[in-house]
Design a protein around this ligand. Sequence first.
Ligand SMILES: Cc1cc2nc3c(=O)[nH]c(=O)nc-3n(C[C@H](O)[C@H](O)[C@H](O)COP(=O)(O)OP(=O)(O)OC[C@H]3O[C@@H](n4cnc5c(N)ncnc54)[C@H](O)[C@@H]3O)c2cc1C
Length: 463
Amino acid sequence: MSALLRTIVIVGGGFSGTVVAANLLRRPPTGPTRLVLIERGPRVGRGVAYAERPHPYLLNVPAARMSASSALPGQFVQFVKRRIPNVTPEDFLPRPLYGDYLEEVLLAAQLSAPANIRLEIMHADVTGVRRIERHLPLQVELGNGRCLTADDVVLALGNPPPATLPQAKSIVDHPAYIADPASAHLAFTRNQQVLVIGTSLTMADVVNAAAVEQQRTPTIHAISRHGLVPPRQTPFRPDAFKGDGNALLLAAATSLRGLTSTVRLLAAEAEKMGGDWREAVTFVRHMAPTIWQRMPARDRQRFVRHLRAPWDVHRHRLPPAVLQKIDSLRAAERLHIHAGHLIRFESRGEQIEVTWRPRHARATTSLVVDRVLNCTGPDYAIARSPDPLWRNLLQCGLCVADPLGLGLRTGPKGAVIDADGWPGPHLFYVGPMLRADHWEATAVGELRVHAEQLANVLATERT
Ligand SMILES: Cc1cc2nc3c(=O)[nH]c(=O)nc-3n(C[C@H](O)[C@H](O)[C@H](O)COP(=O)(O)OP(=O)(O)OC[C@H]3O[C@@H](n4cnc5c(N)ncnc54)[C@H](O)[C@@H]3O)c2cc1C
């Protein structure tokens, strides 16, 4: 079968799957190729991030940095200009518009693809991938009972839902508990008290959705261990950082202490030169995969435990309009940000009582709320995933979980590492769980490059 027609199956038609598909259509393998993009949702190019929602969430990154192509950095802005002529590269645009753009990118690639490659978009849930023998084609099992035979499979499954906190296990079935805000309809009333677990980007989404209409804005309490809210995006220049930071960072990366002080030094230097600390953070972000891959396992563990929160809070930033909303709600005492350690949740009829210990305090505090929303972010620990596909892949030994719970292990070109420690032939991964081996791999800026490289491997090295 593979000698005549090669079948490449991409599981997941969000950002990563769509961009791999578009790149393969533009530069396909030489032989006849059937490219199947399988998406469980109704539309491709959306995923959790760019789906249509009742509330128009904004992209967290200015339009200028959202191109799906590293070779055409202005592509997204050009797309938007056709709809909004006065758009500027610094604008923070609605997320569904980005989904429209990804759909157009795929359609354009499909229309101009050479005759030897054909794209099929299939709407189905992939429940399993099986390998009968090491070099034989893979079997892709669908929830509707169908099965596809594939020469190569790309897993592009996106961000998993958040984990249930151990303290919240007693309320997971309570009607006032929202386990995953991304898949819930968020509607509140003004007299409600709402608890948001987490103070980062998902909290910002929820708060902005809850505050659309003033007369329906509840009182919101958001809590995290440090109570840190992401800072504002600024029009900083992402490539501004020059100097010998490269060598400095690599030299400092032999210890976490050295690394931390060097990052602080670079940020101070950027500001001293009239720039912005964000320039230094962006520079470090570009170096992150190299630093991470050199870091001993013990330091990676310590980094995740002690430095992840401060890194994330500087790395992930909010559009000015979103932060402004948060600030005005705080000033009006409709939003309270708490730093503390959650102790327990107890059902109180239709409500839930939450108890936490404020940071640096001995006594605990309690509050009875009408809703509890889990905004702790994606849970990348696939070993405890309830998703049938991840369970199947782990059980069959086709992939192994990262010991730090950051995703799955991959080889240099996105090949999935199997239970024997080999980059299994024909099975690839692209998406945010590349963070297990690259640390920084969540945003468009990084993922587009991984998607391009993987498409290139599939087109050239595997023909
Ligand atoms: C709310 C949110 C906002 C974000 N905003 C930005 C931003 O402004 N800028 C930025 O750079 N990054 C942003 N990101 C980062 C984001 O991770 C990436 O931009 C990108 O969307 C990730 O793409 P992905 O394809 O890996 O995942 P997704 O886009 O989520 O796609 C995964 C797809 O796989 C499908 N799928 C999963 N399992 C199966 C299965 N078993 N069978 C079939 N289909 C399946 C899902 O339905 C989904 O469509 C945001 C992320 C989130 C969650």
